[in-house]
Design a protein around this ligand. Structure first.
Ligand SMILES: Nc1ncnc2c1ncn2[C@@H]1O[C@H](COP(=O)(O)OP(=O)(O)OP(=O)(O)O)[C@@H](O)[C@H]1O
Length: 383
């Protein structure tokens, strides 16, 4: 059964239009663009026919997994003569040397890539994108906002500007100033002039299955308050978002808040959930290990920075805790959207903000901007 965004976007995509897919977190945008890709590409052609650009290795691994699941299903189709679709993940921290020989020997049908790894391969002319039928940029607003990634993305979009036999899809739950963005897309020829803007729930960007709360406490009480919340909520699995360490604190050799919180939880949390960490400064193998533990484990408490706020799909997550408030309303939207990821479920999921009294106005601003209500919760903090 298609979700709302799939119902609205698939006819547009199947009729050949370029599309800005703008719909709530957890609404099924990934399957939407993958269904377009599988409807157009031909496994008998030996060329890269679809490219999906993602902002992080973690999201890339997830999209690759879904693309491979669909490839396996298509492989069973007798009409296709058992010719298989191949999906290559070209992601930062991957084994680019191994990929090089694979690319030279037999180009994959679909490439899922982070912009840096992709640019390296294109610069060295290891493969070509001349036969590309679909170009997807997932979490497009994040990529345009990222000082490290935006220039390479612009270069890619300009070098492979829109043409008649290629479809372009830009996807995100948040596209700030979307009219301006669409105008730029057409002006710069990143999309065709008749690009469709599929905007689902435009007046309610936040999924309605989320219940938002806040607790006010002093700076030194935050850790203990989190323990009290975990004891009373008994989450099935939860994600705890912590602010990123400032460059100044890094230079001063201070321990990051994530490590301090992990150490605290390992000594003070008495529940049964596995405690895991995901942050930028970990090496890629540890990052991959954390996420695979999350996916295979019984139940988890994932302590992370905003690295896990975009696109990551862990449907078991029942609770989100903002141990530190995010910087912007858009970040709030994406963090909160890591729960409530079962499109047809009528369950409620909880997002809890642990804030200082002086941060109440910031949260209020997010509420106004994203049109949701946050309820105050009072909790006894044990000494
Ligand atoms: N038609 C469907 N029926 C049931 N489940 C679906 C359907 N389409 C997608 N899903 C599931 O919904 C979940 C969310 O989908 P997906 O990750 O594509 O969301 P998204 O819109 O990309 O969210 P985000 O903006 O947070 O990245 C996934 O677990 C996916 O398997």
């Amino acid at each position: 059964m298609p979700t709302d965004v799939q119902m609205e976007a698939l006819p547009v995509l199947f009729s050949g239009n370029d599309c800005i897919l703008h719909a709530q977190t957890g609404s099924g945008k990934t399957l939407t663009y993958l269904l377009l890709i599988y409807s157009l590409i031909n496994p008998k052609r030996s060329a890269v026919q679809a490219l999906i650009v993602v902002p992080t290795r973690e999201l890339g691994m997830q999209v690759t997994k879904v693309a491979r699941l669909l490839a396996a299903a298509r492989h069973m189709d007798p009409v296709l003569d058992h010719k298989s679709y191949t999906v290559m993940a070209l992601l930062d921290g991957g084994m680019l040397r191994r990929h090089k020989s694979w690319l030279k020997a037999e180009p994959p049908t679909i490439v899922v890539a982070t912009i840096r790894s992709l640019s390296q391969m294109l610069e060295k002319q290891i493969f070509k994108l001349d036969s590309m039928r679909v170009l997807v940029v997932d979490e497009v607003d994040f990529l345009f906002n990222s000082s490290k990634q935006v220039s390479s993305l612009r270069m890619l979009l300009t070098s492979y500007s829109s043409c008649n036999n290629r479809q372009t899809v830009f996807a995100s739950a948040s596209i700030p100033q979307h009219r301006r963005f669409i105008h730029d897309c057409i002006q710069q020829k990143w999309t065709k002039g008749d690009v469709a803007h599929v905007h689902v729930n435009p007046i309610k960007p936040m999924p309605s299955c989320l219940h938002h709360r806040f607790v006010i406490c002093g700076r030194k009480e935050k850790h203990q308050l989190l323990i009290s919340l975990l004891q009373s909520d008994l989450p099935k699995s939860g994600i705890i978002f912590v602010g990123e360490q400032s460059e100044k604190a890094k230079k001063a050799g201070k321990a990051p808040s994530t490590s301090l919180l992990i150490d605290f939880l390992r000594t003070s949390y008495e529940g049964s959930l596995q405690i895991l960490l995901l942050e930028e400064d970990m090496n890629f193998n540890s990052r991959a290990a954390s996420l695979s533990d999350v996916r295979e484990g019984e139940g988890y408490l994932l302590v992370c920075t905003d690295i896990a706020a975009r696109g990551i799909d862990l449907p078991e997550t029942t609770h989100i805790y903002n141990f530190d408030l995010p910087k912007t309303a858009v970040d709030y939207l994406h963090r909160a959207g890591r729960t409530g990821r079962m499109p047809f479920s009528d369950k409620k999921y909880t997002v809890t903000n642990i804030i200082l009294s002086e941060e109440r106005f910031v949260l209020q601003r997010f509420e106004n901007e994203l049109i949701f209500n946050c309820e105050e919760l009072t909790l006894e903090i044990p000494c």
